[in-house]
Design a protein around this ligand. Structure first.
Ligand SMILES: C[S@@+](CC[C@H](N)C(=O)[O-])C[C@H]1O[C@@H](n2cnc3c(N)ncnc32)[C@H](O)[C@@H]1O
Length: 477
């Protein structure tokens, strides 16, 4: 600890920041944070007097607090991040919204837009959609707490880092290349005009007239550093700014506390997002409950398309455990025949289907394993285990892009699925996204150290939690 800047002082700073903008600085952010505070104090000529600097944060204008927050925000972004969201926007949401509305107008909010790449990707998609569905009015409101990022967005100049996920067609159609040395590109004027950049702190008291009646909100990669309470608060406020049937996207890797009790989780063409249904009251309700292994093993088995409750039979955990032992001992054929017996007699029970998939993966019968995953999705479309197993199958088949997609879906549905974080981290690491990978390794460690993971696959696979924690820590070194 630095003299003067002890734990009490750190706590005071982080509370002020948290109250102001929701960002909660973790204990291990201490060194980085103090470094930034020192730099700022140096600029102000405040010689290591932290208490004096702290007193500036409480001023009425909030100006110094805004500056400090700008130093700690993470502005990482790029065009068409998570391309599947833009595909869904174009192919599903836009036509659905236009069909429902009398006024042919779509209003979208990029909440936490950073330097504008997300907002412009939305605008390009809306513009392209006019070629398919005919003309309609489109407006994108891009807001952030970071004023430097907003100026960058208004200017619309971007270097090659921002284009890592852009289709060549979009690149040539919507970005000019004015610099002789080709170091940056400029957003097309037609697209720029569709986007309005504004300062909004998501926790400010009143959002004003502009921030309302959105058909769609993109709230992606913003709440990663928010505390649970602040996420709950912001989710409710975002829901209030949506129109009836409006949609909300969050990133597939940031669902750690996505407590959207007041919005419905919906699936469009394999992508999960949220929707404000007319019947959904915008109140705080309980988060989606994830199942524990006990409830999974003891739950009544379900036969697809057989709703009659009398057909459901209790699965005996002991029976499951015996078969599970066979599987663990490598007696795949014997285990498989018992699993099939159970499925025949007791219906499509998720634990048995999970076990069957693991056995088939063990036998390297990947095509059959995929079929069982599809069966599970038919039984329960929001069962995280199915997507995790699909991720594993793609991993074994050396298909990292598809594996990543499925691990992200798994985490979306069950944020404490440590193995999904672990495998997603390894895919990201091997494809060069080391910072993102580190975040996922940290997530896996945090979940395992809190003993929060109750997924079935964790028990079925050969890993112990200590093994995973150690493996993660090796990478984090
Ligand atoms: C990692 S960027 C995400 C950019 C974009 N949404 C994306 O997914 O690529 C997160 C942004 O959220 C902004 N942010 C953080 N807290 C905020 C708050 N309380 N109000 C508004 N913006 C905030 C940060 O300034 C930062 O630019």
């Amino acid at each position: 600890m630095i003299a003067d800047f002890d734990k009490t002082m750190y706590d005071a700073f982080r509370k002020t920041i948290h109250d102001f903008c929701g960002i909660y600085l973790a204990d291990d952010a201490y060194n980085e944070f103090t470094q930034k505070v020192r730099e700022r104090m140096l600029q102000l000529g405040l010689d290591n007097n932290y208490a004096r600097y702290y007193s500036l944060l409480g001023s009425r204008t909030d100006d110094e607090l805004r500056k400090l927050v700008e130093l700690i925000t993470n502005n990482e972004t790029y065009f068409f991040r998570e391309p599947s969201h833009f595909r869904i926007l174009k192919m599903h949401l836009i036509p659905e919204i236009l069909k429902q509305k009398r006024e042919k107008k779509i209003k979208v909010w990029s909440a936490g837009c950073s330097s504008g790449e997300e907002a412009y990707s939305i605008a390009i998609t809306l513009h392209e959609a006019r070629l398919i569905y005919g003309d309609f009015e489109a407006q994108v409101i891009a807001t952030d707490i970071d004023r430097a990022a907003l100026s960058h967005g208004r200017k619309g100049h971007y270097n090659k880092n921002a284009f890592r996920s852009v289709d060549v067609y979009y690149l040539n159609s919507y970005f000019k290349n004015p610099a002789a040395d080709k170091t940056y590109r400029v957003i097309d004027e037609r697209i720029r005009k569709m986007v309005l950049f504004e300062y909004v702190n998501l926790f400010q008291e009143d959002y004003g007239e502009l921030i309302r009646d959105f058909d769609i909100i993109f709230f992606r990669n913003v709440s990663i550093y928010f505390s649970k309470n602040k996420i709950r608060e912001i989710n409710k406020r975002l829901a209030h700014t949506l129109t009836e049937n409006g949609f909300l996207f969050v990133s597939s890797s940031e669902t750690l506390h996505h407590n959207f009790g007041h919005l419905k989780l919906v699936e469009k063409d394999g992508v999960f997002l949220y929707q404000l249904k007319p019947s959904t009251p915008v109140t705080d309700t309980q988060p989606i409950q994830t199942k524990t292994i006990e409830t999974l093993v003891k739950q009544p088995a379900r036969k697809s398309n057989t709703p009659a409750p009398e057909l459901r039979t209790e699965v005996k955990p002991v029976q499951f455990e015996q078969i599970f032992k066979m599987f663990k001992n490598g007696n795949y054929d014997e285990a498989l025949s018992h699993v099939e017996d159970n499925l025949r007699h007791n219906g499509q029970s998720i634990p048995f289907l999970v076990l069957k998939t693991h056995i088939l993966i063990g036998k390297e019968l990947f095509v059959n394993a995929v079929d069982v995953c599809r069966q599970m999705i038919a039984v329960d479309p929001v069962e995280a285990e199915s997507y995790f197993l699909l991720g594993l199958i793609h991993l074994y088949r050396h298909e990292p892009v598809r594996a990543e997609e499925h691990f992200r879906k798994t985490i979306f549905l069950k944020n404490d699925f440590s193995l999904a974080h672990f495998h997603l981290a390894s895919v990201l690491w091997n494809t060069g996204y080391k910072d993102d990978a580190r975040r996922e390794y940290r997530n896996a460690v945090r979940i395992l150290e809190n003993r929060a993971d109750a997924s079935l696959s964790f028990i079925a696979l050969a890993y112990s939690s200590e093994y995973i924690i150690n493996a993660c820590k090796q990478y984090l070194k």
